[in-house]
Design a protein around this ligand. Sequence first.
Ligand SMILES: [Zn+2]
Length: 503
Amino acid sequence: MTDLFIHDSAARTTRRFEPIDPNHVRMYVCGPTVYDLAHLGNARPVVVFDVLARLLRRIYPRVTYVRNITDVDDKINARSRESGEPIGAITARTTEDFHRDMAALGALPPDVEPRATQHIAEMIALIERLIANGHAYAADGHVLFSVPSFADYGKLSGRSPDELLAGARVDVAPYKRDAGDFVLWKPSDDATPGWDSPWGRGRPGWHIECSAMSWKHLGEEFDIHGGGHDLIFPHHENEVAQSVCAFPGHGFAHYWMHNGMLLVDGEKMSKSLGNFMTVRDILDKGWRFGEAFRLLLLRTHYRQALDFTMAGLEEAKAELDDHYAMLSRAPAAPGGGIASQLADWAVAPLLDDLNTPLALARLRDLRTLENAVTVGGSPAVAMERARLTVPPAPGVAAKAFREAAGVLGVAAWNADDWLKGRAPRADAAVPGAMLSAQVSHLQGQAVASGQHDEEADIDAAIAARLAARKAKNWAEADRIRDELKAQGIVLEDGPAGTTWRRA
Ligand SMILES: [Zn+2]
């Protein structure tokens, strides 16, 4: 069995991963509050935990990955009041947008995607347990969690009682016994969504939603809880308090994983700074930029701050162009043997707290090894790193590349579609890397109309250029190349003739 090590935010150290049940690993990640398009920062935990889920599935026989949809929240209510659009329409549309955008980033759907509004009964049950255990109290139509009743409060975030108090709201509501107490349930007026409860018509606080949904789908305790670093306090601190106090003797999440923040051009992304970007803004550049953004996200270790720049996105796209060019040339080769050994070598850094930058470097080494066979170049350095004494046979490094790339969720598309900018199809050689539903989402976005005629025109231009070269009419050959370049068509002359790709 391969050992996986992950950094546990609660323990503040890297620990060997020991699942509660090695036959069934369970993970919960906080999902989106659905009132607006996903921004770049929202995409980071989705991609990071997608890689973790893929890695866990490679190691363990069964994995249940739960990521919720928060579809009851005061931000949604406020959006509906501003725009006049009914709440149900906002949450349905935004959930669909989220699915489409995350599919374009190559993120597989979680195994369970619970919606908060479908778990109100579980939330009420949890709150009743907390009241019965003396950890919560009803006051003035509200139910509050009593922070002083839980001695370990602040342990996850590492905040001292003084810091916690400073963090509590300045204007303390009169119904709170302690300034740090937080809302489990609050009353709703007639214009606000509400459900009947023992404390009157009302709605849940945000934190209780995740405690209820993880309980329902993963049980009183489970293996990994993930989310963005900005959720540690108060959201995750409060989840711990609720779940541990509702189920005494259970440890809730055994490992806590948090991804670092995403900056844009070195600054915190904000609407006021004018550097606010949605995932849709990136996809508007073309479907291939979805995977390019995923690669960019994985180039930085998940716990570090990540600086998004357009130049970085273009670099990631260029790296993928090179990967796909290699894949399009590589001959088919059998798996097993050296191919399996090389794939394990490329995936191994992920076992060390998801070291995606090193895993991506090893993919580049595999590309070098394959290219050495098909287009030349020296494989010596890559061979040394991969501990090979003889170069692999044609297609073997590409086979290993595909297997390892499938764990990272990159280079998942058909190479020719990518290079020629066609409507995408999944690469049939990468099983499970992409679902057909995800592919069909993207096909609608790609240039499909008139594509066939256009490709025939390009082939005709390449034939005309070849004829001009044979007639030593270099000026005409260059003119054709430049004309194609102006249309975004890049020609590559190789031993097997001229190929083309879309820039
Ligand atoms: Zn949550």
